[in-house]
Design a protein. Structure first.
Length: 188
Protein backbone atom coordinates (compact mmCIF):
# COMPACT_ATOMS: atom_id res chain seq x y z
CA UNK A 1 0.00 0.00 0.00
CA UNK A 2 1.48 3.35 -0.98
CA UNK A 3 2.33 5.85 1.70
CA UNK A 4 0.31 9.00 1.77
CA UNK A 5 2.13 12.05 0.53
CA UNK A 6 2.42 14.92 2.87
CA UNK A 7 3.65 18.30 1.77
CA UNK A 8 5.73 19.37 4.79
CA UNK A 9 7.62 16.12 5.36
CA UNK A 10 9.04 15.47 1.93
CA UNK A 11 12.26 17.27 0.90
CA UNK A 12 13.17 18.02 -2.66
CA UNK A 13 15.81 15.62 -4.05
CA UNK A 14 18.41 18.33 -4.59
CA UNK A 15 18.47 19.29 -0.90
CA UNK A 16 18.66 15.63 0.18
CA UNK A 17 21.51 14.98 -2.27
CA UNK A 18 23.36 18.10 -1.16
CA UNK A 19 23.07 17.20 2.51
CA UNK A 20 24.24 13.64 1.82
CA UNK A 21 27.24 14.98 -0.08
CA UNK A 22 28.00 17.41 2.74
CA UNK A 23 27.86 14.59 5.32
CA UNK A 24 30.21 12.45 3.22
CA UNK A 25 32.63 15.34 2.82
CA UNK A 26 32.65 16.06 6.57
CA UNK A 27 33.12 12.38 7.40
CA UNK A 28 36.12 12.20 5.07
CA UNK A 29 37.70 15.08 6.98
CA UNK A 30 37.45 13.06 10.19
CA UNK A 31 39.47 10.12 8.87
CA UNK A 32 42.46 9.51 11.12
CA UNK A 33 45.76 8.15 9.86
CA UNK A 34 47.57 5.55 11.93
CA UNK A 35 50.95 6.90 10.82
CA UNK A 36 52.93 9.26 13.04
CA UNK A 37 54.53 12.33 11.48
CA UNK A 38 58.15 11.60 10.47
CA UNK A 39 59.55 14.21 12.86
CA UNK A 40 57.99 12.36 15.82
CA UNK A 41 59.41 8.95 14.91
CA UNK A 42 62.48 7.92 16.87
CA UNK A 43 65.72 8.01 14.88
CA UNK A 44 68.91 6.13 15.49
CA UNK A 45 70.15 6.56 18.99
CA UNK A 46 73.73 7.39 19.87
CA UNK A 47 74.24 3.80 20.99
CA UNK A 48 73.10 2.48 17.62
CA UNK A 49 75.32 4.93 15.74
CA UNK A 50 78.43 4.14 17.74
CA UNK A 51 78.11 0.36 17.91
CA UNK A 52 80.73 -1.36 15.72
CA UNK A 53 79.40 -3.86 13.24
CA UNK A 54 80.64 -7.34 12.47
CA UNK A 55 80.01 -10.12 9.99
CA UNK A 56 77.42 -9.47 7.30
CA UNK A 57 76.49 -6.04 8.69
CA UNK A 58 80.14 -4.93 8.43
CA UNK A 59 80.33 -6.22 4.87
CA UNK A 60 77.14 -4.37 4.01
CA UNK A 61 78.41 -1.10 5.52
CA UNK A 62 81.68 -1.43 3.62
CA UNK A 63 79.77 -2.02 0.38
CA UNK A 64 77.55 1.03 1.03
CA UNK A 65 80.57 3.21 1.72
CA UNK A 66 82.39 1.99 -1.41
CA UNK A 67 79.27 2.60 -3.49
CA UNK A 68 78.94 6.14 -2.12
CA UNK A 69 82.61 6.80 -2.93
CA UNK A 70 82.13 5.56 -6.50
CA UNK A 71 79.05 7.78 -6.85
CA UNK A 72 80.99 10.76 -5.54
CA UNK A 73 83.81 10.14 -8.04
CA UNK A 74 81.21 10.27 -10.84
CA UNK A 75 79.70 13.42 -9.33
CA UNK A 76 83.18 14.98 -9.29
CA UNK A 77 83.53 14.30 -13.02
CA UNK A 78 80.07 15.73 -13.69
CA UNK A 79 80.86 18.91 -11.75
CA UNK A 80 84.17 19.29 -13.59
CA UNK A 81 82.35 18.94 -16.92
CA UNK A 82 79.70 21.49 -15.94
CA UNK A 83 82.39 23.93 -14.82
CA UNK A 84 84.39 23.41 -18.00
CA UNK A 85 81.30 24.16 -20.11
CA UNK A 86 80.43 27.13 -17.85
CA UNK A 87 76.93 25.73 -17.44
CA UNK A 88 75.71 27.85 -14.53
CA UNK A 89 72.15 26.55 -14.63
CA UNK A 90 73.39 22.95 -14.66
CA UNK A 91 75.76 23.70 -11.78
CA UNK A 92 72.96 25.14 -9.68
CA UNK A 93 70.63 22.22 -10.36
CA UNK A 94 73.32 19.60 -9.88
CA UNK A 95 74.54 21.38 -6.75
CA UNK A 96 71.06 21.11 -5.23
CA UNK A 97 70.94 17.41 -6.08
CA UNK A 98 74.41 16.90 -4.64
CA UNK A 99 73.53 18.66 -1.39
CA UNK A 100 70.53 16.36 -1.03
CA UNK A 101 72.63 13.28 -1.84
CA UNK A 102 75.28 14.22 0.71
CA UNK A 103 72.69 14.84 3.42
CA UNK A 104 70.64 11.74 2.66
CA UNK A 105 73.26 9.13 1.79
CA UNK A 106 76.77 10.20 2.76
CA UNK A 107 76.29 12.03 6.07
CA UNK A 108 74.49 9.08 7.72
CA UNK A 109 77.33 6.77 6.63
CA UNK A 110 79.89 9.12 8.19
CA UNK A 111 77.95 9.92 11.36
CA UNK A 112 79.39 7.16 13.56
CA UNK A 113 82.80 7.53 15.17
CA UNK A 114 83.67 3.83 15.19
CA UNK A 115 84.26 3.32 11.45
CA UNK A 116 87.08 5.90 11.50
CA UNK A 117 88.92 3.56 13.88
CA UNK A 118 87.85 0.21 12.40
CA UNK A 119 90.73 -1.45 10.49
CA UNK A 120 88.46 -2.57 7.64
CA UNK A 121 86.62 0.73 7.22
CA UNK A 122 89.02 3.50 8.25
CA UNK A 123 90.52 3.98 4.76
CA UNK A 124 87.16 4.10 2.97
CA UNK A 125 85.85 6.41 5.70
CA UNK A 126 88.77 8.78 5.10
CA UNK A 127 88.31 8.53 1.32
CA UNK A 128 84.63 9.43 1.64
CA UNK A 129 85.48 12.43 3.78
CA UNK A 130 88.10 13.63 1.30
CA UNK A 131 85.65 13.15 -1.57
CA UNK A 132 82.98 15.10 0.30
CA UNK A 133 85.42 17.96 0.97
CA UNK A 134 86.48 18.00 -2.69
CA UNK A 135 82.87 18.16 -3.88
CA UNK A 136 82.15 20.99 -1.45
CA UNK A 137 85.17 22.85 -2.82
CA UNK A 138 83.85 22.38 -6.35
CA UNK A 139 80.46 23.68 -5.20
CA UNK A 140 82.27 26.76 -3.86
CA UNK A 141 81.39 26.09 -0.26
CA UNK A 142 84.73 26.65 1.55
CA UNK A 143 83.19 26.93 5.02
CA UNK A 144 81.54 23.50 4.75
CA UNK A 145 84.73 22.08 3.22
CA UNK A 146 86.71 23.45 6.18
CA UNK A 147 84.34 21.70 8.59
CA UNK A 148 85.05 18.39 6.80
CA UNK A 149 88.81 19.08 6.89
CA UNK A 150 88.61 19.78 10.63
CA UNK A 151 86.69 16.52 11.11
CA UNK A 152 89.31 14.56 9.16
CA UNK A 153 92.08 16.09 11.30
CA UNK A 154 90.23 15.23 14.50
CA UNK A 155 89.31 11.67 13.57
CA UNK A 156 92.61 10.65 12.02
CA UNK A 157 95.05 12.46 14.32
CA UNK A 158 98.24 10.42 14.58
CA UNK A 159 97.54 8.48 11.36
CA UNK A 160 98.81 11.04 8.87
CA UNK A 161 100.80 8.36 6.99
CA UNK A 162 97.69 6.33 6.14
CA UNK A 163 97.13 6.26 2.35
CA UNK A 164 94.04 7.95 0.97
CA UNK A 165 92.66 8.26 -2.55
CA UNK A 166 92.99 11.99 -3.00
CA UNK A 167 92.70 13.59 -5.44
CA UNK A 168 90.45 11.13 -7.26
CA UNK A 169 92.60 8.53 -9.02
CA UNK A 170 95.75 9.17 -6.96
CA UNK A 171 97.03 7.96 -3.61
CA UNK A 172 98.97 9.93 -1.06
CA UNK A 173 99.46 10.04 2.71
CA UNK A 174 96.54 11.53 4.64
CA UNK A 175 98.66 14.43 5.94
CA UNK A 176 99.68 15.43 2.39
CA UNK A 177 96.05 15.11 1.28
CA UNK A 178 94.97 17.49 4.04
CA UNK A 179 97.57 20.05 2.92
CA UNK A 180 96.33 19.76 -0.65
CA UNK A 181 92.72 20.17 0.48
CA UNK A 182 93.61 23.28 2.48
CA UNK A 183 95.35 24.84 -0.51
CA UNK A 184 92.45 23.98 -2.89
CA UNK A 185 89.73 25.14 -0.50
CA UNK A 186 89.72 28.71 -1.81
CA UNK A 187 90.25 27.79 -5.47
CA UNK A 188 86.83 26.19 -6.09
Amino acid sequence: MPEPRTRGLRRPRSVAGASLLLCAWLAAGCVVSNHAPPDLLPGDTAAEDSAPLGGEALTQRKHEMQRAYTDMAHFHDTLASLQFRRDKNGLVQFGEFLDTYLGTHVDPLLAGEWQSRHPELDAIDANLRFAKAELLIQLRSPRRAQAVIDEIERRFRGREQMLVDYPFGEQRPLGDGLELLRSRKWQG
